[in-house]
Structure formats: structure tokens, C-alpha cells
Design a protein around this ligand. Sequence first.
Ligand SMILES: Nc1ncnc2c1ncn2[C@@H]1O[C@H](COP(=O)(O)OP(=O)(O)OP(=O)(O)O)[C@@H](O)[C@H]1O
Ligand SMILES: [Mg+2]
Length: 289
Amino acid sequence: MEGRMLHVVKGQEKSVRVMGRDGRPAKVISVTSGKGGVGKSSVTSNLALGLAAKGARVLLIDGDFGLANLDIMFDLRSHRTVDEVLRGEVTIREVVVTVADGVDVLPASSGLHGMTSLRMEDKVRYLDAITELELDYDYFLIDTGAGISDEVTWLNSRADEIVLVATPEPTSLADAYALIKVMSQKHKIKRYRLLVNQVKSEAEALRVFQHLTGVTDRFLNVTVDFFGFVLWDDLWTHSIRQRKPILSAFPGSQSAKRFLELADTIKRSGFSRRTEGPPHFFKTLMGHA
Ligand SMILES: Nc1ncnc2c1ncn2[C@@H]1O[C@H](COP(=O)(O)OP(=O)(O)OP(=O)(O)O)[C@@H](O)[C@H]1O
Ligand SMILES: [Mg+2]
């Protein structure tokens, strides 16, 4: 099987064929949300560990520039920065940090820029360099920022699969709907997988799913599949304090088992490359120029 990734080369789009491990392309899955703080970074990190436990090689990409989500999650204290790559001092490979067997992290924390935002062109240049790593991994998991900003929607538009994280809170649902609406209209993305986090039961997760699909079916021409749910678990507080994802801090816990099951779902249910239409990031980039 062959996949396609887009390069920006001197202001022009170039499509190249890339092959992943075992002759298959790495699958690009973005984990995103409308509302912030719903558990994207936690979920993405644990999914990566779950997939690695099943034998996959995963590159976990921090897509929220300047905020160091994954640095916090894995207690990364020093590594090369986005700025160094942009200045051409180091390669993208040198920024990658191995955090567990089978899991590498590509941090997005920026040296000079600190908390201030990078220009969109620089983000594109940085992320575009990831293409050179695609041969080394089975999955790229992108931990995006929250909301409907161009940056978030652009990152999602580059992914083969979009996992949308939502909680039962009404604001989270409303914001999930808003994100789907923008993604479907601006980027023509028609398929989403919903992961309901912080629920008390599977029934509650299914109610959230029905609620969301009730409105998306009515007003938007999209498909939202139920990917799964993660229960509210007090252990999360302890795992965050230890600066470790729950799967490594409490491997025997129910939550850890949940992520192993979700990793199985990803492997079995054929999360696949999107075949319809090219990614649209170039247009978005031009919008920022
Ligand atoms: N299932 C859960 N049970 C209990 N606490 C949880 C659960 N999932 C996430 N949390 C907690 O919710 C908080 C927010 O999680 P996280 O940082 O992963 O969210 P996020 O969506 O990445 O946030 P941001 O939008 O700011 O990047 C963390 O303190 C985390 O421990
Ligand atoms: Mg986060």
C-alpha cells in the first residue's frame, strides 16, 4: 500500500510517495477537541503507549505550539526545540525524544518564542519535516490544541483519521459540534470518531454520542462513529502528579486496560488513510501569508 504526504517546497506543493514500516504507510491520527481540558493530551499519550504495547511504533506529535503539553505529560525537561529546527541548527530527528519502548515524542515547545505564537509558515515548515520520519513509524498521533482556530483545523485536515474527544459537559458537546461544522465546511472532512471521556458509565457515553449525532445528522453532512469511552478515574490526578501517563503509572488499573482495548480497536477497525481529496493546508497557509 502506498500513501501520500505533502511537502511544501519553495512555496509549491509537491506530493511524494512514502512507505511506512512493513511496506505500509504510517497512519496519521489527530486527537482533537472543541473545548480545552477534555483530556486530549492524556488520551493521546495513553493511546500511544497502548499501541506500542501491541507492537506498533508510534510518533506522538505535540500539535499545540508553545504550550508543551507532552513535555508535561512525560516529564521532558530538556530537548532540542522548534526554533533550533527552524534555524537549521538541528534536524527534526534530533528533536524527537524516546519516552517508552515504541513511543517517541516530537515536542512543540519553542526555545526563543516561549509562549508566544510561531508564524503559521514556520509551523508548516516544522511539521512538514515530519514527512522524513514517516518511514520509521506505524502511527503518527497528533495531540492538537483545542478549538476552531486555523491551526487546529489545518492539523486535523492533514490527518487520515480524526478522533474527537468530548466530555458529557454541554459546553464540550456544543464546541465539538462547532469544530465538526467548521471542519466539514472549510476542509470538507466528512468522517469523525468520537471518544467520550470522563464518563461514569458506558450508557452515559452513548447518550453523549446520540446527542451529538442527533444534531450532526440533522444539520451537517458528516459521519460520526463511536470510537469508545474512558471512565472518570481519580487515579488520573496521581498519574499527572507523577508526570506519567496512566498506562505507565498504573498499568494494572481499569483505565490502563481501557487504553489497551482502544489501541486494539484502532488496530482492528482499520483506521485508515483518507483517500478523498488532498489535504488543504497550502490554501490555509496562503491565508496566513
Ligand atoms: N478520564 C479521566 N478521569 C479523570 N481525570 C481526567 C480524565 N481524563 C483527563 N483527566 C484530567 O483532566 C485534565 C485535563 O486533561 P488534559 O491535559 O489531557 O486535557 P487536554 O484536552 O489536553 O487540555 P488542553 O486543551 O489544555 O490541552 C488533567 O488534569 C487530566 O488528568
Ligand atoms: Mg493538552
